[in-house]
Design a protein around this ligand. Sequence first.
Ligand code: OXD
Ligand code: MN
Length: 581
Amino acid sequence: MNPKLRQWVDESVRLTKPEKIHWCDGSDAEYRGLIQLMLKDGTLIELNQQTYPGCYLHRSNPNDVARTEGLTFICTKKKDDAGPNNNWMDPAEAKAKLTKLFDGSMKGRTMYVIPYLMGPSGSAYSKVGVELTDSPYVAANMHVMTRVGKPAFDRLDRTGEFVPGLHSLADVNPERRFIMHFPEEKLVWSIGSGYGGNALLGKKCFALRLASYMAKEQGWMAEHMLIIGLTDPGGRTTYMLGAFPSASGKTNLAMMVSAFESQDYKVSTVGDDIAWLHIDDEGQLRAINPEAGFFGVVPGTNVQSNPVAMEMIRSNTIFTNVAMTPNREPWWEGIGYDAPAGTLDWQGRFWNSEMGKAAHPNSRFTTPAKACKTISPRWDDPQGVPISAIIFGSRRSSVVPLAFQSFTWKNGVLMGAGMGAETTAAATGAVGVVRRDPMAMLPFCGYTMADYFGHWLAMGKRMNKPPLIFRVNWFRKDNGGKFLWPGYGENIRVLKWILERIDGKGKARETPIGYFPTPDAIDTTGLKLAAGAMEELTALDKPGWLKGADSMKEFFDPFGSRMPKEIWYEHEQLCKRLHAF
Ligand code: OXD
Ligand code: MN
């Protein structure tokens, strides 16, 4: 036993005072035991085992259904190191505050000690975390989302290093809910929430917030990105990353089935949420997926939007906050058929349409990656996959075209840094408000984004051939509020254009903000679009971008003198080009 681990577990036990301690081994028997326990105490409800074998429903506390960005803190010694993109608290103050809350918080409960590995077994890029939690729901979800037990101990034995994370549901009260990160110590303390992003500490807390900080120190990157392979009709696979804000179709894109029937392009899934990126000895950027499962948004998932997920979540899935039909099947808005009479909503109440949504808009599925039909044969390759393109995307009903390419890496860093996105139900707060969400990392960057942008610039200089950078927007609407682009499986046509650009082909025209596809550059064979749609989707909205550039400046200004000069230079050039256009 690693002495540091022993000591920390002992200290945490003294503080939280659990009745029992369970060291997790990650076995199937253990997972089944957790499920049985939760079925018995009502934490889980059994779904129809004939039609949904191995599937269960968890209804969370109604006050605890999404990430709570306002209660999430980065506790660095200096406030400036956390930056205006984070809530900050002094580490000593945060510890004092939470020590009081953790004192006795696990009384009468079992503490689960969960050693887990983030990343493929045997990969030099993988890292160990240990989570202590009093939630069996968290323990079961960690089983699915990470590699629990032996893979973690094997690595821990070799390196002696792990990231500790202490979690307690306590009394699940938003008044006493805090998600505290101590990046300098590489430690997480989370209390008062059982929601995935707040409580599965391997995910956002470690793999993004702490890992982004570690990556800056150690010369790699931890990003909120999907990883896909795109195989062309000739059988060659090219790997790409996609940074999209939460609940913007990332999982759908990661498992996309091409709707472009006349041409044989195929997407394979390496990851749907997080990418750890390293530069290899040849100067090539490589990506691993640190996770082992998917924690996806359920509403809107159907046979058209994500047929792969629809099949995948028919078995061995934990559903959280969906509705349940009288036949004990899960139901959600956008599933593709009406809810039968007698359906219970996500809070277990008999539902009718006057009550609003039956499933919570941020209801989720937790499913092992192995169950995904499009999973890449290289999804757990210890070396990772070589990356040729980075795609930034977000929901924007106006201004942002269907796709465009940055001029250079540096110019692409500005494109990512200045990305505007409409907010979604994945976090508490208003939905549909445009905010700057640089690289889709605003809620997840564990240090000041001024330094984060600087890190992106520095990483680009170390790469032999940096990936090309693109921006996409599947969500553009016309004046009448109708989507201009069909999205989902048809997005393959945009990926095809991206592939052509990587190959030095693909038609484009130069505009002040980058290379736009010409209206005929994206293959629309067999697609029924409204007249003029492609022209509108590939047009430059000069006033819109001028306003966008102002809004970028407003976002960048508070970072003060720490903001890299190169970002300001790129911004200035963008404004000049726009004015001259
Ligand atoms: C997620 C999120 O759960 O981004 O992946 O909120
Ligand atoms: Mn995410």
